[in-house]
Design a protein around this ligand. Structure first.
Ligand code: ZN
Length: 221
């Protein structure tokens, strides 16, 4: 897998996650696509930022990527959501999964599982109202999840002072490889060096894929 091969919704989701990382917010991005797969809206985590575009939220613990996508919807947009899907680089949390359900979006794609922490999609079969919505949840993705974990681990080590190791340990249960690489990326300061370069992410993505492949090979020998 290379950046070039990635579908447009995943490209845009990861570009949003990278934007969040570069602004000091949690690196998670999301997009909404219509039934034809065309991008309708995109958004990102803005928890640690003072400003957000119109209708989006920032500087608040609820300023998650999926929320910043869904909050952009106008009331008149809801009748165009038949067959729409939301993509996120991380499994939607309980708040965002609730917002997706109430927005009547029936398809969710996510890159990395987050069920040891805030991930909320497993409630879909445990609540009558949610079950009645018949939501299809697709994820995790084998490679994209590791890339998400590199960004997430680097971010936690850099910005989350008190709870970083506790949160990283939870992620390492499912993603030991991505977490190990994230520690390496953090130690090398690689992401900090390139974060101000324009269009840095596609090249970084391809380098991450190579690093993931190398590490997988090293562990299967
Ligand atoms: Zn969320």
């Amino acid at each position: 897998m290379r950046w070039y091969d990635l579908s447009e919704p995943w490209k845009r989701s990861f570009l949003q996650a990278w934007e969040a990382y570069c602004h000091g917010s949690i690196p998670i991005g999301a997009v909404l696509v219509n039934q034809d797969g065309a991008i309708m809206l995109e958004g990102r985590n803005r928890i640690h930022e003072k400003t957000a575009p119109s209708k989006q939220i920032s500087s608040n613990r609820l300023a998650h990527a999926e929320m910043n996508v869904l909050l952009q919807l106008e009331l008149s947009d809801y009748n165009q959501l038949e067959g729409a899907a939301i993509y996120s680089t991380m499994e939607p949390c309980i708040q965002c999964f609730g917002a997706i359900i109430l927005s009547k979006i029936k398809q969710v794609y996510f890159a990395a599982l987050d069920d040891k922490l805030a991930g909320g999609t497993t409630i879909k079969d445990q609540h009558g109202f949610i079950e009645s919505r018949n939501i299809k949840v697709n994820g995790p993705h084998p490679i994209l999840s590791e890339i998400q974990m590199i960004l997430r681990t680097d971010f936690l080590l850099r910005y989350e002072n008190t709870r970083s190791e506790e949160l990283i340990a939870a992620h390492a249960i499912d993603y030991p490889l991505g977490v190990t690489l994230g520690r390496d990326y953090f130690a090398s300061n690689k992401l900090m060096y390139i974060k101000d370069e324009p269009n840095a992410f596609p090249k970084l993505f391809d380098e991450m894929v190579i690093d993931i492949k190398k590490m997988k090979e090293a562990h299967t020998v």
